[in-house]
Structures are given as C-alpha cells and as structure tokens.
Write a protein that binds this ligand. Structure first.
Ligand SMILES: Cc1cc2nc3c(=O)[nH]c(=O)nc-3n(C[C@H](O)[C@H](O)[C@H](O)COP(=O)(O)O)c2cc1C
Ligand code: SF4
Length: 517
C-alpha cells in the first residue's frame, strides 16, 4: 500500500527546511523499500509546528512536527510501524489553536494540494463561480453586499459597493486588480492563501469579473513572495486549461483571464493608486482622488481593486449564501477575519475567527503570551500604521469600529507583540523613519514631516528639552494626519501618538543614547 504523506510547500515551512525534509523522507522510504507519495500542501498556520508532516491513516491525517530533515528516517520507521514518535502531535484539527477557529476563507488551506484542481473541486471549489454564473451580475453584487464583506486590505470599505460602482460604470474594458503587495509588518495571510489555495483567489477574481463585466485581471504580488508567484502562475495555467479562465468560462457567455505581475518592493505600492501606476509601468506614486479607481483605474478604465482575502472570501459567500457569512461577526464587522499572530509570542500563526474576539484573548490565550517568558507590554495592530495597544485596552473586541474608537485600526489583521523590554520611544521613532523611507514624496506633510518627526523623537530619546519636543511631535502629527494625501503620511501619527499616550513613562524617563546605526 502506498504511504501518503503531506509536507507543506508554504514559504515559511520551506524556510525551515521543508524541501530538504520532503527529499529526505523519499530517500528514507526508498531505503526501506516502501512505496511513498508526498503531497505538498499549504501550511495549517501553526508556525511553531512547521514543517508539519502529516501521515494519511484510516483514522485521518496524523501530524508530526516541527520536523527536520534529520528526523526523516525515524519518521518513516514510525509511519511503517505503530506511528509512535516524539514529534507526533495527533490530528492537526484537534490542536486547540485550530479547533478554536472558524475557517471560511482559509477552509482549504493546509488541507488540499494547491497544484491540483480536482482536489480543489473535491473540497467545494468552483461552487461559488458556478452559482455566480447561474444568478448573473446584479444578483452577485447583491449577495456580496448582503454578506457585509468589507475590504481586508486595510480600509474596510464594503466590497459590494465597490463592485456595484464598477458594474454600473460604462465602458467596453474593465479590470479586476488583486492587491497582493502585503507590506504590513507581521502579516502573511495573503501569502499563505496564494501558496495554499491559489484556485480560491482565481475563483474570487473570476466571480468579480462576471459581476462587473471585467474581462481581465491582474494579481500584483510583491517580489519578496517568489513561492506565491510560482503557485499563482501554476494555478492560473491549470485553470486556463480547464476553462475556469479564458473565453466563455465554465461554458458560460463570460470571458475572464488573468496574469500575475511582480512588484519591486515599495510599501507605498500597496496603496491602490500607487499600485495602478506601478502596474502601468510607472514609478509608484500616489494619485489624487477623485477620480476613484472604480471610475478611472488601470489604464484609465473602471477597475475593482481588492485585497487577496477580500476576493478569496467571495467564493464561499456565493457557495453558502450571504446569510451564512454575515451570521458571524459583530456590529458592522461581518464574517470572519484571518488574523495573523506575530512577534514575541509562543504560538504565532494564522488564526481565522469571527469578529468580536478580544485582543487579550488573541494575545494571552491563543498566542500564549511572550516567547521570552516576559510580560506582554505592547501590541501593534494593523501593520506599521497601526496603533500600539497597552494591556489596559486588551478588552477591545476585534471589530473595525471598536478599534477606531480607541484610535487604532485592525488593518489587514496583523498583530505584533512586544514584551516589557520594548522602548516605545524607539518604536515611535521607527514609525517616522519607516514613513520617511517609504514616502512616495508627492506631498509635503509626509515627505518632510516624517524626517522632522524622526529627528525630533531622536532629541526626545537623547533627553533634550523633552516636554517641548513631545509637543512639537504631537503638533506635527496633526499636520500629517490632516494634510497628507494618502494613509501612509496620514496614519503614521497613530503608532507615534499611541506610544506617547499609552506609554508616557518611556518618554518622560531616563535619557538614553540612540544606538549607533
Ligand atoms: C501605504 C499603504 C499601503 C497599503 N498596502 C496594502 C497592501 O499591501 N495590500 C492591500 O490589500 N491593501 C493595501 N493598502 C490599501 C489599499 O490602498 C486598498 O485600500 C485596498 O487594496 C483595497 O482593497 P480591499 O477593499 O479589498 O481592502 C495600502 C494602503 C496604503 C495607504
Ligand atoms: S502621504 Fe506620503 S506616500 Fe502618501 S501621497 Fe503623500 S508623500 Fe506620498
């Protein structure tokens, strides 16, 4: 009987030796004259267990991790015997970290073979697109609107309204652009989805095409994601051969095809108008709005721009119905959010759950506190433009409005945890420095303000005229917040001001020298 084994091909697992492990498992099996099939799946999202090897047994898939190439021989011996091994963790879905999740967008990630369209179909794939074709454009937009889905890229704009604007726009040529630039610190959900379930993103984009009348799509992927680019290209090729893409998709009257494009490593190219400039082959600078991309986007044509997660959530909404999705969540934050737990944590990874879970539950219960064993002091939520939350705000529910009410944002769902050794002045300085480096230079509050902000915080760190310089930084933040053209300059004040407000003891404490850089 063939021994079937799953070894993730997710980039994080590959970085921990998954390719070498897969090769070593094969060699070990051949040496024992065992027939072996290795399937390269996505990651289950439990970072501390990767690479997680899974053996197919009559009882289901049994996980062993984190496995190294050196473990291959003993693992194969265990698989051929009673399965006992020091790395055995049992069924992955029984791990508390996975058991507590509600996986809708990530339902197939880690389970299916991302290069196998039949496996995708066997796990519910293409049902959303089939339904979309059957009900037609207006009803698709209606379903997406009713589901309450909001953009997962950061701004949380209702996806259905964006699609309706493009559907209503006149013009023979429209585009669907997927934003896979994923520049936020501590985020990796887009990458995991593209590597672990690329057909899902293709299906979501094809549904967007049918809904709006767009016939061409582009996935703009950051160059730092070569594995995701390869996974998407392989899946696009297979989807084309199976008529999921191309002329008359799935035998319908709708044409839709798509390609990947590689970014060049600028954070600001994740901003939608800057991304469009880059896609058009120009330097990535922000465009003034209006016109909105929905009216005049890529090459001046009506364009839907959505994040990977927004688009990859659409197939399940169509397949299961808007009510099923909107039943999860709280307030105006409907459905689930793939939250990314990163930084100084014991249990980092991908945790998809309904909106409403508190920050404290995520950090303390699910993340298991700091890896260093020290107390959690600060948590940055929503990437480099997100606020720092102190423990006193850990009762904040994960919800767009609740975070905004605390002068924060949930952004793309990234959570970066710091222990009590963090110096919040340096974090504030870093926010300004990041903005200065990544600024596209189009507007003055951001281009000049970020540099002045960094210099002024350096004076605070050096203990120079602290109270006056804090007042200058606070004043500068108001100028950046209200005077910047886009959210890079406009939101950099959030990490800076939250650090000053919630951690005043760091700013008024003993002067320290800035480490030589
Ligand atoms: C500086 C900056 C960087 C951004 N980076 C990303 C990104 O990497 N990925 C993303 O989806 N959205 C990013 N956004 C948000 C996009 O401008 C846009 O709102 C989003 O792609 C729309 O898709 P959604 O409605 O599905 O969220 C960024 C915005 C700004 C201001
Ligand atoms: S805020 Fe910064 S990144 Fe945005 S347009 Fe102005 S200079 Fe460019």
């Amino acid at each position: 009987m063939t021994m079937r084994i799953y070894v993730p091909r997710d980039a994080a697992a590959v970085a921990c030796g998954a390719d070498e492990l897969a090769a070593a498992l094969k060699v070990a099996a051949i040496a024992r004259k065992l027939d072996i099939e290795i399937i390269r799946n996505g990651s289950r999202g439990m970072a501390w267990l990767d690479p997680l090897v899974e053996l197919v047994t009559p009882e289901g898939r049994i996980g062993y991790g984190p496995a190294e190439p050196e473990d291959a021989d003993s693992l194969i011996a265990a698989f051929a015997g009673d399965g006992a091994h020091k790395l055995r963790v049992g069924k992955p879905e029984d791990q508390p970290f996975l058991k507590r999740q509600t996986r809708l967008t990530f339902a197939r990630v880690g389970i299916v073979d991302p290069r196998d369209l039949d496996d995708y179909k066997a796990h519910g794939g293409l049902q959303g697109l089939e339904k979309a074709i059957a009900i037609g454009p207006a009803a698709i937009v209606d379903e997406v609107t009713k589901s309450g889905l909001r953009g997962r890229g950061g701004a949380g704009f209702p996806t259905g309204i964006k699609w309706k604007t493009v559907a209503d726009a006149a013009g023979p040529q429209k585009y669907i652009v997927c934003n896979a630039d994923e520049g936020d610190s501590g985020t990796f959900a887009d990458r995991m989805l593209m590597e672990g379930d690329p057909f899902c993103l293709i299906e979501g984009m094809a549904i967007a095409g049918v809904a709006t009348g767009a016939t061409k799509g582009y996935v703009y992927i950051r160059s730092e994601y070569p594995h995701a680019i390869a996974a998407m290209n392989a899946a696009i090729d297979k989807a084309r051969r199976a008529n999921v893409l191309g002329k008359g998709i799935l035998g319908s009257a709708h044409d839709f095809d798509m390609e990947t494009r590689t970014g060049a490593g600028a954070y600001v190219c994740g901003e939608e108008t800057s991304l469009l400039e880059s896609l058009e082959g120009k330097r990535g600078t922000v465009r003034a709005k209006p016109p909105l991309p929905a009216h005049k986007g890529l090459f001046g044509k009506p364009t839907v721009i959505n994040n990977v997660l927004s688009l990859a959530t659409v197939p399940i909404i169509l397949a299961q119905g808007a009510e099923h999705y909107r039943d999860f969540g709280m307030g105006r934050s409907r459905g689930t959010m793939p939250i990314q737990l990163a930084g100084n944590l014991n249990y980092g990874g991908l945790f998809e759950t309904a909106f409403g879970i508190t920050l404290g539950e995520l950090v303390d219960d699910i993340g298991g506190g700091c890896f260093t064993g020290r107390p959690v002091r600060a948590v940055q939520v929503g990437g480099p433009l997100g606020a720092y939350f102190p423990r006193e705000l850990f009762d904040t529910p994960f919800d767009y409005e609740a975070f905004a009410a605390k002068d924060g944002l949930i952004g793309h769902g990234g959570i970066v945890v710091f222990d009590d050794t963090v110096d919040m002045r340096r974090q504030a300085r870093f926010a300004m420095e990041f903005c200065a480096i990544e600024s596209c230079g189009k507007c003055t509050p951001c281009r000049i303000g970020a540099i002045r902000g960094k210099e002024t915080i350096e004076k605070i760190i050096a203990g120079k005229d602290v109270a006056r310089n804090i007042a200058i930084v606070e004043d500068l933040c108001q100028t950046m917040k209200f005077g910047s053209l886009c959210a890079l300059g406009g939101f950099t004040p959030y990490p800076v001001l939250s650090a000053i407000r919630h951690f005043p003891e760091d700013f008024h404490g003993t002067p320290q020298r800035i480490a030589a850089e």
